[in-house]
Design a protein around this ligand. Structure first.
Ligand SMILES: C[S@@+](CC[C@H](N)C(=O)[O-])C[C@H]1O[C@@H](n2cnc3c(N)ncnc32)[C@H](O)[C@@H]1O
Length: 259
């Protein structure tokens, strides 16, 4: 991971307008609810890895009635925005945002009931170490419930995929469902499940591109800058063929730490 800020104020402003206030990934509260469907959150202690600008951590405290939510992120600007969101919601006693450095997490063993992450593990190159760290900080019987952007193979990227990843310029470290599964099983997780969300995001992403290129384009350009929006359109256009081919395949990922 470089020292460069990837999610700066301009990127955050754009993504939050596209995906909802406090969300730096698609789907909003409905998609989060799907990621954690059937996982008990009420009264639990939750870790959110890559919490971004904090809407999900607030959602867990406010709507899902978690007892404590710890959101961690590596970038200072998003942590600041997240802290402001927590304060505005009056949840400072329940939600804590901690800026961390990549690598081992600053927590004791077996302290969280649930570890959550949404579309952030894509930035973490070593899925094996990450899975082992998640396993370490979970209490016995605890759940890991995440969503992330995967690729459907671990071989060389197609030219279309290489072009898309280059356009994004977000230091993506994508891996296959098989790699995630083996990392989680090696860590000790049981009941490992991966659910392909490509059909859903293919449709959503096409609608997002239509929004950016349609009659509202001039408004987007006024609010975020013509050059910036032209570049986002390039990114979203590059994304369509790799979603269509299935090479870019967002997934839900789940596993349980044995009792
Ligand atoms: C696509 S955003 C998603 C943010 C949030 N989960 C959401 O859905 O709105 C990815 C986030 O992962 C963070 N990130 C990148 N590398 C990380 C790491 N090693 N540990 C924790 N967070 C990281 C980024 O700073 C960014 O805020």
């Amino acid at each position: 991971m470089s020292e460069e800020i990837l999610y700066d104020d301009q990127a955050v402003g754009f993504l939050e307008e596209l995906w909802g206030e406090g969300f730096l990934s698609p789907g909003g509260p409905e998609e989060v609810a799907k990621v954690v469907q059937g996982v008990e959150l009420k009264g639990k202690k939750i870790l959110d890895i890559g919490c971004g600008s904090g809407a999900i951590a607030v959602l867990f405290a406010k709507v899902f009635e978690a007892a404590k939510v710890v959101g961690i992120d590596v970038e200072a600007p998003v942590c600041e925005v997240a802290r402001r969101r927590v304060a505005k919601a009056g949840l400072e006693g329940t939600v804590e945002i901690i800026q961390v450095t990549p690598g081992p997490m600053p927590f004791d063993d077996e302290v969280f009931d649930v570890v959550f992450s949404k579309d952030s593990i894509i930035h973490i190159p070593d899925k094996v170490s990450l899975a082992a760290e998640v396993f370490r900080v979970l209490k016995p019987g605890g759940m890991f419930a995440a969503s992330d952007w995967l690729t459907n193979h671990d071989g060389e990227m197609s030219p279309e995929m290489a072009h898309y990843v280059k356009m994004e310029d977000l230091e993506f470290q994508m891996a296959s469902p098989a790699k995630y599964r083996s990392a989680m099983e090696a860590a000790g997780f049981e009941q490992v499940e991966l659910v392909d969300r490509n059909p859903w995001y293919s449709e959503v992403s096409a609608a997002e591109l239509a929004e950016l290129t349609g009659p509202n384009r001039s408004g987007w350009a006024e609010r975020h800058g013509e050059e910036f929006i032209a570049h986002q359109i390039e990114i979203w256009s590059a994304m369509q063929p790799v979603l269509k081919s299935g090479e870019h395949c967002p997934h839900h990922i789940r596993g349980r730490k044995p009792e």
